[in-house]
Design a protein. Structure first.
Length: 69
């Protein structure tokens, strides 16, 4: 397994754990890095872990909800 930091905002990271086929992201505050990284690595997003409700930890969930209605 590999832990990959995905740069987000000006001073933050979204962490992605991948095993070569699947990826898990932790606290996706921004949707773009999470969409881009699995696609570049030919990975399937298998799970999302959100540890807090703050926008910098869960903002991507709102973005996805608005895009996939």
């Amino acid at each position: 397994m590999k832990l990959v930091p995905l740069p987000a905002f000006a001073d933050n990271y979204i962490w992605m754990l991948q095993d070569g086929r699947n990826a898990i992201v932790v606290d996706p505050g921004d949707a773009a890095p999470v969409f881009d990284a699995p696609a570049r690595g030919n990975l399937q997003l298998a799970a999302i872990l959100v540890t807090r409700h703050d926008a910098d930890h869960s903002g991507a969930l709102r973005q996805w909800k608005n895009n996939f209605r």
